[in-house]
Design a protein around this ligand. Structure first.
Ligand SMILES: Nc1ncnc2c1ncn2[C@@H]1O[C@H](COP(=O)(O)OP(=O)(O)OP(=O)(O)O)[C@@H](O)[C@H]1O
Ligand SMILES: [Mg+2]
Length: 347
């Protein structure tokens, strides 16, 4: 599908898209995620150490931002939604940092439980630069446990989720494979009528979910064959729908945009990426898609309209370095520009 074609389709529904964005702030969602803290430590190279053949950096700054499922949660909050976060952190200082960031953004953290057995998943990048030179990453240190959370903790998460289902219009599972989304948690989440799943693998575990949003490699891993043309992509979309019994699946395809498959009418639609020119960092773009898409659905959008807004939100975050978020005002501005473009090309 060409860019012009999609712009022609957006033009008539533009007022509706603006109004959907306007309603993001009224939406209440529960987001269950594998929480990560992304840390960036940067310094200037001073000299080579005498202790070992390594560089000594003079610390300049530390940046700490939500990552993994925490980035998904953060994206919801920045888009204006009322978010209840569910997940696990360790008994450590990283947990405090993450919870503080959430609290400052108005996120309800009552569903974030402390797991004393496992650390807060933390990815620390150490980067250095010579004077007046570019910064480059030297090493990354990951803190995580390979063990699943204990049964009692998983039951507590599931109980909390069950107690909140009536208070939200969507449940989102942001599964980065770190263990929060075990069987009991998934079962309690899938009791909600609208469950959106962004999971890295084994999508069939989410029986009863409404919509899946895998990226291309995740969809490939799920079906076990390569998706190298539109025919195989379509086959995979419907294969996953059959396997999960979901209503719809949105496969995000990086620079090729996204494709939506619907079980009921056996239909599929492709949406090209809206911004291919100013792309600096695509990390976390999928989290942004899920957030904008879900909020649009909660506000009453069709899945196609919601996917358009997800795609638009992604086109904004890929312009920023690192994982990023966007706000309703920025989305509205981007939509205005898109409409200008559509009006120009139709004249
Ligand atoms: N290189 C790119 N150029 C333009 N748009 C892009 C590019 N990469 C991603 N996007 C936009 O972001 C959306 C999501 O990207 P992608 O399919 O890479 O998700 P993802 O792999 O799940 O991301 P992550 O897991 O890092 O959050 C795409 O559907 C597209 O709209
Ligand atoms: Mg993703």
């Amino acid at each position: 599908m060409t860019q012009d074609f999609i712009l022609d389709q957006i033009l008539p529904i533009a007022p509706r898209l603006f109004s959907l964005i306007e309603q993001f702030k009224d939406q209440k969602v529960l987001v269950i995620g594998d929480l990560t803290l992304d840390e960036f430590l940067t310094g200037e190279v001073e000299r080579v150490s005498r202790e070992a053949p390594v560089l000594i950096l003079r610390h300049e700054f530390t940046k700490q931002v939500p990552g993994g499922g925490a980035n998904a949660i953060y994206n919801f909050a920045k888009l204006g939604a009322q978010v209840k976060a569910v997940g696990l952190v360790g008994q450590d200082s990283q947990a405090q940092v993450l919870v503080d960031i959430f609290l400052k953004s108005g996120i309800d953290v009552a569903g974030i439980l402390v797991d004393p057995e496992r650390p807060t998943v933390t990815k620390t990048r150490i980067a250095g630069h010579a004077r007046q030179s570019v910064t480059q990453q030297i090493v990354r240190i990951d803190r995580k446990s390979d063990l699943p959370p204990g049964d009692a903790l998983q039951n507590h998460l599931a109980e909390y989720i069950s107690s909140q289902l009536a208070n939200v219009t969507a449940v989102v599972c942001s599964d980065y494979g770190d263990g929060v989304l075990g069987r009991t948690v998934i079962e309690s989440a899938c009791n909600h009528p609208r469950v959106i799943v962004d999971a890295q693998k084994d999508l069939f575990r989410y029986q009863g979910a409404t919509l899946f949003t895998p990226n291309l490699p995740e969809a490939e891993a799920e079906v076990g064959y390569s998706l190298n043309d539109l025919a195989s992509l379509k086959r995979a979309g419907f294969d996953i729908l059959r396997r999960t019994k979901a209503k719809e699946i949105l496969i995000t395809r990086g620079e090729d945009g996204m494709s939506l498959f619907n079980h009921a009418n056996e239909d599929h639609l492709h949406i090209p990426a809206f911004n291919k020119r100013e792309v600096f960092d695509v990390t976390g773009a999928g989290d942004t898609v899920v957030a904008a898409l879900t909020l649009a659905l909660c506000a009453g959008a069709s899945t196609w309209e919601a996917a358009i807004l997800g795609n638009l939100a992604a086109s904004l975050v890929v312009r920023q370095f690192g994982t990023a978020t966007t706000k309703p005002e920025e989305l509205q501005h981007a939509l205005s520009l898109l409409i200008e473009q559509a009006t120009d090309s139709s004249n």
